[in-house]
Design a protein around this ligand. Structure first.
Ligand code: ATP
Length: 270
């Protein structure tokens, strides 16, 4: 697959508030995606994850702050224009056209001005990442499994040759083994030079990311390198469920009388 321009794909949300009509859903969001980075935005139902992605895509009204791609503001611009600048969205619920074939669905992701030769090159690039879609090219998309439809939704977003790929809840409704497979593919796409922002409720996928942000009731409450955020999340969970009064771990060892064996297993992604 053709790597995007190496200088492209630096996305910044600076003090962004956004919503629908007069309703503000997200407030003062600060997110920095360095070029070629892979970030996960974690949040529960209704936290504002989709709204954050929609604000980037020009589909939710930004009332405050700025969103820039490689230093250029995206605020106030149309969605098609934002896609042309290099941002693409794989939407929540996949939204593939069930009665179109896999290849026809992929072609809907191309920029309108792209010629046939360019479309063939893009298809080849997507099939390289998703060989299964190549095998199913002529099949109606409605007959695909949930995991295959999710691959198709990501593949369709890649057809516009983005430098930044936004993925809304890819893991929703999929078996854990399929979630792992999908995120391995996203990691490959990221290694090929595409900046990735995945919004998720599934903490298990954070180990694919270099940065993690936590969104609660429309506000970022935590953000940083994955290992740091994972440790803080683990401490918060311990504090909430095991009744620890101090959020600071004792460096001399496990002397907490309430500690259980689970405390010391050390997997922050559980
Ligand atoms: P989920 O995982 O359930 O999709 P989310 O974190 O993606 O949750 P959003 O879809 O961004 O959350 O929704 C956040 C809030 O914004 C919710 O309270 C929702 O009711 C509200 N909301 C979403 N879309 C609209 C809309 N078109 N008009 C008004 N309010 C909306």
């Amino acid at each position: 697959m053709n790597a995007p321009t190496p200088t492209a794909g630096h996305l910044v949300l600076h003090g962004v508030s956004a919503g629908y009509g007069n309703v503000r859903v997200i407030h003062d969001i600060e997110v920095v995606l360095a070029r070629g980075s892979f970030a996960v935005l974690l949040g529960s139902n209704g936290a504002g994850k989709t709204t954050t992605l929609r604000a980037i895509m020009g589909m939710a009204k930004v009332s405050k702050g700025d969103i820039t791609l490689d230093g250029k503001s995206l605020v106030g611009r149309g969605t098609r224009d934002i896609i042309s600048e290099g941002v693409a969205l794989s939407p929540e619920g996949r939204q593939v056209f069930a009665s179109l074939t896999v290849e026809e669905n992929l072609l809907t992701g191309c920029l309108p001005a792209s010629g046939w030769r360019h479309r063939r090159t893009r298809l080849a690039g997507v099939y390289e990442h998703f060989p299964l879609l190549s095998k199913r090219a002529a099949q109606d998309s409605g007959t695909l499994s949930g995991g295959e439809q999710q691959m198709l939704a990501v593949g369709r977003a890649l057809m516009s040759e983005p430098s930044v790929l936004l993925v809304d809840e890819a893991s929703l409704g999929l078996a854990p083994v399929m979630v792992e497979h999908l995120f391995e593919l996203l990691a490959q796409i990221n290694k090929a030079g595409v900046t990735v922002l995945a919004v998720e409720q599934n903490v298990a996928v954070t180990h694919y990311a270099d940065h993690v942000y936590v969104l609660e009731q429309g506000r970022i409450t935590m953000g940083g390198a994955t290992a740091d955020v994972a440790e803080r999340l683990h401490r918060d969970i311990a504090s909430a469920y095991l009744g620890r009064s101090s959020p600071t771990p004792d460096p001399t060892g496990p002397t907490d009388p309430q500690a259980t064996p689970r405390d010391h297993e050390g997997d922050p992604h559980e």
